[in-house]
Design a binder for this molecule. Structure first.
Ligand code: 5GP
Length: 119
């Protein structure tokens, strides 16, 4: 399936929908999740049009991949959860219940997060 240019995160990247920015560089945007599941819940997205991790792994440049991974550590430090710990989640496709078809990593922390899967 082709990348949907009207997905919410594409609109955020184009500045059509506001977001609370946590971090930004040439390749990456990190912003607060609108419906936080923990005291810290930040979404990190590549600026390129990638639907999921499979596509990103196959098509993104080395520079984009490095920026995406490094942004996790940057956000964790900005949010001061590097010492207490955090969880990263990437939902990919139907079975994962991915809602927004633009690759994003959830960074969650600030409390004891509980079991990895609830069902
Ligand atoms: P997914 O289920 O695709 O892994 O996660 C999508 C996430 O995007 C959800 O945690 C949801 O709260 C968040 N989200 C959906 N729409 C918006 C929005 O318009 N702004 C922000 N900041 N987050 C959003």
């Amino acid at each position: 399936m082709a990348y949907d240019r009207e997905n919410i995160f594409a609109k955020i990247l184009r500045g059509e929908i506001p977001c609370e920015i946590v971090y930004e560089d040439d390749h990456v945007l990190a912003f607060e999740d609108i419906n936080p599941q923990a005291p810290v819940h930040v979404l990190i997205i590549p600026k390129g049009a990638y639907q999921n991790m499979t596509e990103f792994g196959r098509k993104a440049s080395a520079e984009e991949k490095t920026a995406f991974i490094e942004a996790i550590g940057t956000v964790v430090n900005l949010k001061r959860i590097d010492k207490t710990g955090y969880r990263t989640i990437v939902n990919n496709g139907e079975d994962s219940l991915q809602e927004v078809p633009h690759l994003h990593v959830h960074v969650l922390g600030g409390r004891r997060l509980g079991a990895l899967l609830s069902t």
